[in-house]
Structures are given as structure tokens and as C-alpha cells.
Design a protein around this ligand. Structure first.
Ligand code: ZN
Length: 203
């Protein structure tokens, strides 16, 4: 962890909601986009946090290179082939772990752990918990349907097919339970979605 990310002994807690986050899912198209200069459209980000160079390396198919305060901040895009859904992640420039979100701090982008950020936003924490629960319930029902993107909450499970081993009655009941949780999840996400909607990526 680089210097400057330590906040000293004051033990001031910093929270994820204080920082603008970029999400892997919003960069999906970049995996097959030509290399070159791009820009994240967001009024919450500085010019240096918005502009990046898309490059390709031997190790990574696509890497976002930001230049923030005279320093290069590389953020590789990684498709996790171990998951059936080939989920896209951002690689944290500091711990090299794959993350769904990176947070914009004054001199870099980093993950929640490296920046030592706490989840404390009132609606964020229950949303994370709900998301975990939804994914777990989905896995229980559709564990054999590899082709379904069960981790992706942008996909509603409403139209997912009934597995052969399950009775209709039970299936309807279980699926309704998940759809209700999904509705609750999206209600909690509404304020964040408005923020995302404002953040478009210019191609
Ligand atoms: Zn990290």
C-alpha cells in the first residue's frame, strides 16, 4: 500500500459513500473496443480521473491507464473465466485483486480494502447483504444451469426456466421469493443508479 493512503493514528474512519466509485460492469464494452483515448463522463470525477488511455499488454487484454498527479495508475480489466458467467472485474492497482468497484481518491483509484474504507452508508450495507442472499438463493435453484448469469443482478430471474428436478409449485414459490428480494434490492439501489445514469462513457 503506497504512502498517503494511511490516515495516521487519528483513526478517522472513511466510508465508501464519501468517494465516487467506478464499477467493472460499466466498462464491459471496453474489452472489445479499440485501444486509444477514452473518457468517463462524470461530473463527480476530476479531469485526471476521467481521462484514460486504453492499452493492451501481454498479460491483460485491456488496461485502463490513468495519469493522476504525475503518476500512472494502471487498472486492468479482467474476465474471470472461473465463473460461469465470465464476470468482468477491475484489478486494483495496489493489491492486484479483482474488484467490482474501485474508489476515486485524490491521487489514485483503489479498492475498499486498500483505501481502508468502511461500508457505512445506510442503504449500502443492507443492499450488499441482500445481493449476497439473492445470489445464494439463485445458485440453489439454478445450480445446473451454467449458462445463466445468476451472479448478475442486472438480470432478473423472473424469466429463468424451471429446473427439471423441481416441482412447479415449489419453483413458483421460491422464484417469487427471489423476485421480491430483487425488487427490494433495486429500491435500495435507486439513489446509486441515478448516480450511475449520470456517468456515461464516451466512446
Ligand atoms: Zn486493493
Amino acid at each position: 500500500m503506497p504512502k498517503g493512503f494511511h490516515y495516521g493514528r487519528t483513526q478517522t474512519r472513511h466510508y465508501t459513500c464519501e468517494y465516487f466509485k467506478i464499477s467493472a460492469i460499466s466498462f464491459k464494452k471496453l474489452i472489445d473496443s479499440p485501444v486509444g483515448k477514452y473518457k468517463i463522463n462524470s461530473e463527480h470525477l476530476s479531469k485526471e480521473h476521467s481521462n484514460f488511455n486504453l492499452i493492451t499488454t501481454e498479460r491483460w487484454k485491456r488496461v485502463l491507464i490513468f495519469r493522476i498527479k504525475e503518476k500512472q495508475i494502471p487498472v486492468p480489466l479482467n474476465i474471470d473465466k472461473r465463473s460461469a458467467s465470465n464476470k468482468l472485474y477491475l484489478i486494483c492497482p495496489y493489491c492486484s485483486q479483482q474488484r467490482q468497484h474501485l474508489y476515486a481518491v485524490s491521487n489514485a483509484y483503489g479498492c475498499r480494502k486498500c483505501l481502508d474504507l468502511q461500508y457505512a452508508c445506510q442503504s449500502e450495507r443492507p443492499a450488499e447483504r441482500l445481493a449476497r442472499r439473492i445470489r445464494k438463493l439463485r445458485r440453489e435453484i439454478w445450480r445446473n444451469e451454467d449458462w445463466l448469469d445468476t451472479v448478475n443482478l442486472f438480470e432478473r430471474c423472473e424469466w429463468y426456466p424451471k429446473p427439471k428436478w423441481m416441482r412447479w409449485e415449489k419453483f413458483n414459490r421460491e422464484r417469487d421469493k427471489i423476485t421480491n428480494l430483487e425488487n427490494r434490492y433495486w429500491k435500495l439501489q435507486e439513489p446509486f443508479m441515478k448516480q450511475y445514469a449520470k456517468m456515461g462513457i464516451e466512446w
